[in-house]
Design a protein. Structure first.
Ligand SMILES: Nc1ncnc2c1ncn2[C@@H]1O[C@H](COP(=O)(O)OP(=O)(O)O)[C@@H](O)[C@H]1O
Ligand SMILES: [Mg+2]
Lengths: 237, 310
């Protein structure tokens, strides 16, 4: 049984039909990526999984349990956290408070302290800025904080929405290195990216989303080698 | 000198009351981005609940001995509790269904709630429409005199309680997990919910806290101006609430520290205006300051300027 199963998911924004019955499966322990152009529906997919949007049809199963229709704050408690598009940092809180918010739903103080230490080891730049107002961080630092904060929920499944967006190539490299590390530590990841090149490199499995429909799904390496993907998403050939 | 000190002192005392009420306006605005026009009625409700509760307990009636001080505290806490419950209920049934609705709808609803509270309170089996005097819950002895200014027990109680409540609120908002959650929700409810924060719960909590502070202000108002009979739906309540709202705007709406500063500022300006310029323009001083602040610092003294998106 996959850790996350999305079946026939349909989402509407008023009259706009954003997702037309998409199916996604995320196996435990893997990095699965969802690539696609701007406006394809990637963020909509993640928002719906996290409970921010109600689907108009379809099913979402997390570890076998149906979660569609559940409020977002309860879904986090099940072990499914998201680092949203645009980082979603609370700019009016300090960096340390942002991290605390990530663990808001938890009460196991000792384990929270350990996870905090672990997150700060993964993101040393965040540790240097704990006392600072989060709004003063650079884009790369905010991305790191957003991911560290999501890890504070101790998720078994981590959703990442375009972690490379707007960042310098060097920082993108660092971020992807850490994504791999997080996965190696045992966290399953569903990664949404426009940067298909980087995403296909770290992912085990990949889906291609085009205007609300999954048009390809395969092993990430195979997909990266396919002519269609090379032409449309990697700018080769 | 005597007049200056006396005015300073009165201004600070009344400013503390404005600040307590302004905090409720500003907290609700910070989290829901709308002006809760029913907030001044909650303040009035605090006065009337205090009168009623003191009556139930049977203390403070004219001619009776002054009860021990902790009975006053008990009355205040009970009034805060009842008003907190009212605030919770109002949010639950009037405002929550309008989450995501255009702001004008919420505003109109708030005015409706305000009218409801004013008129409901006048029903014979609630508070009735006849004037009632606030019970005497504190002795009116003078604690000490300084340069001819009398420092009275009731003033000390007002300032002391208000400062204690404001300090507790600062602690709650800036030092606790719930406070951080309130600030997170005010920044982005959506991202707060991704943290596992139950946004509706935080909003309810904010309403209850704001309402309880207004109720405390109502009680303290009664302590300061006890003995003068007031009507349930006196326009005076609305004017006091309106000035507290001005205080919140002057300090920077949405800013908790701004509300405290704005309250003190408005109290001082009102009293210095009355003392040195004449009492006939008492309300005009306050609104003149509002106009000046809106002209020169539209985001308020402590507010951050935001670029209005068109
Ligand atoms: N809040 C919204 N209201 C209306 N339409 C939206 C909203 N958010 C996204 N959309 C539309 O839904 C489609 C998918 O958007 P999105 O999921 O953000 O795409 P992606 O993340 O792949 O760039 C787009 O056509 C977009 O315009
Ligand atoms: Mg997106």
């Amino acid at each position: 049984m996959p850790m996350l199963e999305v079946k026939g998911l349909n989402v509407h924004y008023g009259a706009i039909h954003a997702l037309h019955g998409i199916d996604i499966a995320v196996e435990q322990g893997q990095i699965v990526t969802l690539i696609g152009c701007n406006g394809a529906g990637k963020s909509t997919t993640l928002r719906t999984i996290s409970g921010l949007i109600r689907p108009s049809a379809g099913q979402i199963l997390f570890e076998g349990k149906p979660i569609s229709g559940m409020p977002a704050h309860q879904i986090v408690r099940l072990g499914l956290a998201q680092s949203p598009e645009g980082r979603g940092i609370f700019a009016n809180l300090t960096v340390a408070e942002n991290l605390d918010m990530g663990a808001f739903a938890r009460s196991d103080k000792a384990q929270i302290a350990k996870d905090r230490e672990h997150a700060l080891t993964l993101f040393p730049r965040v540790r240097e800025r704990l006392k600072q107002n989060a709004g003063t961080l650079s884009g790369g630092e905010q991305q790191m904080l957003a991911m560290a904060r999501a890890l504070m929920a101790r998720p078994r499944l981590l959703l990442l929405d375009e972690p490379s967006l707007g960042l310098a190539p060097q920082i993108v490299q660092t971020i992807f290195k850490i994504i791999r590390e997080i996965n190696r530590d045992g966290t399953t990841i569903l990664l949404v990216e426009q940067n298909a090149h980087m995403a296909l490199e770290v992912a085990h499995h990949a889906y291609v989303l085009e205007v609300g429909r999954i048009v390809m799904a395969d092993d990430a390496k195979k997909l990266a080698a396919s002519d269609e993907v090379r032409k449309a998403y990697l700018g080769i050939g | 000198m005597t007049q200056f000190l006396q005015t300073l002192f009165d201004g600070v005392t009344v400013g503390c009351l404005y600040a307590l009420i302004a905090l409720g306006y500003t907290m609700v605005y910070g989290i829901l981005k709308f002006i809760n026009f029913a907030h001044s009625d909650v303040f009035a409700l605090g006065v009337w609940m205090s009168i009623t509760i003191a009556g139930w307990i049977g203390i403070g009636a004219a001619g009776e001995p002054v009860p021990p001080w902790y009975m006053g505290v008990l009355v205040m806490l009970l009034a805060m509790g009842v008003c907190g419950a009212v605030g919770f209920t109002v949010e639950r049934i009037a405002y929550r269904p309008l989450r995501g609705a255009p702001r004008i709808n919420v505003l109109i609803t708030a005015i409706g709630v305000s009218l409801f509270l004013q008129n409901f309170g006048q029903l014979r089996w609630i508070f009735g429409a006849y004037p009632k005097a606030f019970p005497t819950l504190l002795g009116d002895q003078t604690l000490f005199s300084l340069a001819g200014v009398n420092f009275r027990l009731s003033d000390a109680a007002v300032i002391g309680t208000a400062v204690a409540l404001m300090a507790a609120l600062q602690y709650l908002i800036f030092r606790t997990k719930m406070g951080a959650a309130m600030r997170a929700v005010s920044f982005s409810p959506r991202n707060a919910s991704l943290m596992g924060i139950n946004v509706d719960l935080v909003i309810s909590f904010t309403f209850v806290v704001g309402t309880m502070l207004a109720a405390a202000a109502g009680f303290l108002y009664g302590v300061k101006y006890g003995g003068q009979a007031k009507q349930t739906a006196d326009s005076m309540w609305v004017m006091l609430g309106l000035k507290a709202f001005v205080a919140a705007v002057v300090g920077g709406i949405g800013n908790v520290r701004g509300a405290v500063l704005g309250g003190l500022l408005i109290g001082l300006i009102e009293w210095f205006g009355v003392a040195y310029l004449g009492s006939q323009y008492r309300d005009a001083y306050v609104f003149a300051i509002l106009i000046l602040v809106l002209l020169f610092r539209p985001a308020g003294v402590l507010g951050k300027a935001t670029i209005e998106k068109v």
